[in-house]
Design a protein around this ligand. Structure first.
Ligand SMILES: *[C@@H]1O[C@H](CO)[C@@H](O)[C@H](O)[C@H]1NC(C)=O
Ligand SMILES: *[C@@H]1O[C@H](CO)[C@@H](O)[C@H](O)[C@H]1NC(C)=O
Ligand SMILES: *[C@@H]1O[C@H](CO)[C@@H](O)[C@H](O)[C@H]1NC(C)=O
Length: 294
């Protein structure tokens, strides 16, 4: 942990991050979301602005947006299960459908719990037409169980960028190469869920969930999206470049400040990158040759 603290100091000096935007007008959960499963494992604060998903031995819980979107900026504040959360995964993701269908596109953030005092990891992944295998894992520079932090996805036809507190931690580029592994045709819902994955999540499955510590609770607030809301029939959300900032030239690349932050993340926080895993991929997927700096 000591070197994590040092890193945190460096980050503060190295970057002046824009203040996060004001959340959407205070709408209620039901305006924009529905529960996917186990209504009784979902709660809100009295004013309705903080949402709690809980996992116990019986079941977890999940919610999804009512709307679908194609391209945009998607953001939410999460505070993850504290204490002993080994084996517990909180997922926060976008997907074209509710379920693991064979033709789905998906953009994932997964928060992998740990034993008390041991660090969480975040895993990100991308699916196109049912194929994933594009995992990266990162450490965080703070304890994500102590406070709310903002996790965001920027998605346009040129790049997908994962942000933590406005720091870009992962950049996934589109080149229209022959394999065309870039989700850009289908609209996606935004989801979040909490579930048990002690067969793989913590130290590769060695650390099991301690059910005596249940229920495990993740908290959410300040959902905000600036995106093209999908309306049937296809193709909706096509040429929006003139009006939507997330589709404009400046959002096709990292800015200078973002590049500095991203370089710092690359140097200090990456634990796993499928593009470096030549054991798993003797021939690396084509997108691995693309530069995040372009
Ligand atoms: C949330 O729901 C309201 C009411 O249905 C709707 O007007 C608004 O566009 C939705 N917001 C988002 C971000 O989808
Ligand atoms: C998507 O995957 C399915 C198999 O799961 C395949 O039949 C289909 O041709 C694929 N679609 C595209 C556009 O590649
Ligand atoms: C959990 O903690 C152990 C020990 O510090 C660490 O090796 C591991 O990467 C951490 N995270 C996960 C998800 O296993």
């Amino acid at each position: 942990m000591a070197n994590l603290l040092c890193i945190a100091v460096v980050l503060v000096v190295a970057s002046f991050l824009p203040v996060s935007q004001a959340a959407d007008s205070k709408s209620s959960f039901e305006d924009n979301f529905s529960i996917m499963w186990s209504e009784d494992h979902f709660k809100t604060s009295e004013d309705g602005q903080i949402w709690y998903l809980s996992l116990d031995k019986e079941t977890g819980c999940g919610f999804q947006t009512k709307q679908r979107y194609r391209f945009g900026w998607f953001s939410m504040k999460l505070k993850l299960v504290g204490g002993d959360s080994a084996g517990v995964v909180t997922a926060y993701y976008m997907c074209t459908e509710n379920g693991a269908g064979p033709e789905r596109d998906e953009l994932d953030f997964e928060f992998l719990g740990n034993r008390t005092g041991e660090p969480y990891l975040i895993q990100t992944n991308i699916y196109k037409n049912g194929t994933g295998g594009r995992e990266m894992r990162h450490m965080l520079w703070f304890d994500p169980t102590e406070d709310f932090h903002t996790y965001s996805i920027l998605w346009n036809n040129h790049q997908i960028v994962y942000f933590v507190d406005r720091v870009p931690v992962r950049v996934f580029k589109n080149t229209d190469y022959t394999n065309n592994f870039f989700p850009n045709e289908k609209p996606m819902y935004l989801f979040s869920s909490i579930w048990n994955a002690d067969d793989w999540a913590t130290r590769g499955g060695l650390e099991k969930t301690d059910w005596k510590k249940a229920p495990f609770v993740s908290s959410y607030k300040d959902f905000s999206v600036e995106a093209c809301q999908w309306e049937d029939p296809y193709p909706a959300c096509v040429s929006t470049t003139t009006t939507n900032w997330w589709d404009q030239y400046s959002a096709w690349h990292l800015s200078g400040d973002q590049k500095m932050d991203f370089a710092w993340v690359e140097r200090n926080l990456v634990i796993y990158d499928y593009c470096k895993d030549s054991k798993r991929y003797p021939t690396l997927p084509e997108e691995c040759s693309l530069s995040p700096w372009d």
